[in-house]
Ligand binder design. Structure first.
Ligand code: NAP
Length: 253
């Protein structure tokens, strides 16, 4: 809490997964601009070097860490390391995610398992390991889901199921941790321009834009703004919710 009695991001310790690029990088930089010390996590610490350098332009104490978010023991060890180096984890952002798209009839068991392990189990791993720390500070957890976890999407049965799982996980953990003042929410982006969406053809991207009411794809910075609001004073009385950041895509019609 600040002198005003409001929870502020300034001076807090944040951990952001998938922080090496795309949406996670934008979130890490945004939180550092708000004065947080940020633990930047990706598959390797080296991958987060640019993000850490960008964060250090705004606030002190940013560090890079490497882990496979789907590895429960490794995540537990990493959270302990971050706690001993940064003192606390007040804001947790579960953003790391992958796609392995395929129509159901062609999707392999590995396609299904891997996407669920990284996107859903990875989120559970960090929530579980960081929960005690979050309870101590009455902190915030924000999980990056996807609009397709709400709407479904042909060719993404594994991904949509994992993201629907993240939304259910968010609501359940929000209920469990609410007694300790922890707010747990999700952000569900639509079509955002990052490496993840770079393989889509220009023709397909143009076609997709026609189904987005705002008429354009979104940016990582626009998703980071929603996360920042949930992480900041504005999110103090909001828990268990999913904020859809999709330019109206999910409105349909
Ligand atoms: P991206 O550019 O592909 O970046 C993915 C990030 O996740 C990278 O930092 C990557 O680290 C990390 N990561 C992947 N697998 C990991 C693992 N097993 N362990 C640790 N880190 C791992 O993706 P993005 O578009 O920014 O997406 C970020 C999140 O937003 C994802 O959860 C995605 O599902 C969600 N989302 C994206 C969109 C979109 O349109 N882009 C839409 C809806 C939701 P490395 O650099 O080390 O590989």
């Amino acid at each position: 809490m600040s002198e005003s009695g409001l929870w502020e991001v300034e001076g807090k310790a944040a951990l952001v997964t998938g922080a090496s690029r795309g949406i996670g990088q934008a979130i890490a930089i945004k939180l550092s601009q708000m004065g947080a010390r940020v633990a930047c996590v990706a598959t390797s610490a080296e991958n987060c070097a640019d993000t850490v350098a960008a964060c250090l332009e705004h606030s002190e104490g940013a560090r890079a860490y490497g882990v496979d978010v789907s590895d429960t023991d490794a995540v537990d060890a990493l959270v302990k390391e971050v706690l001993s180096e940064m003192g606390s984890i007040d804001i947790l952002v579960n953003n790391a995610g992958i796609t392995q798209d395929q129509l159901l009839l062609r999707m392999t068991e590995d396609d299904f398992d891997r996407v669920v392990e990284v996107n859903l189990k990875g989120t559970w791993n960090f929530l579980k390991s960081a929960a005690r720390g979050l309870m101590k500070s009455g902190g915030r957890a924000i999980n990056v889901a996807s609009v397709v976890g709400v709407t479904g999407n042909a060719g993404q049965a594994n991904y949509a199921a994992s993201k629907a799982g993240v939304i259910g996980l968010t609501r359940s953990v929000a209920k469990e941790l609410s007694g300790r003042g922890v707010c747990v929410n999700a952000v569900a982006p639509g079509f955002i321009e990052t490496d993840m969406t770079s393989e889509i053809t220009e023709a397909a991207a143009e076609q997709l834009k026609t189904s987005i009411p705002l008429g354009r794809v979104g940016s990582s910075a626009e998703v980071a703004e929603a996360v920042a609001w949930l992480a900041g004073p504005g999110g103090a009385y909001v828990t268990g919710q999913t904020i859809i950041v999709d330019g109206g895509l999910s409105l349909g019609g």
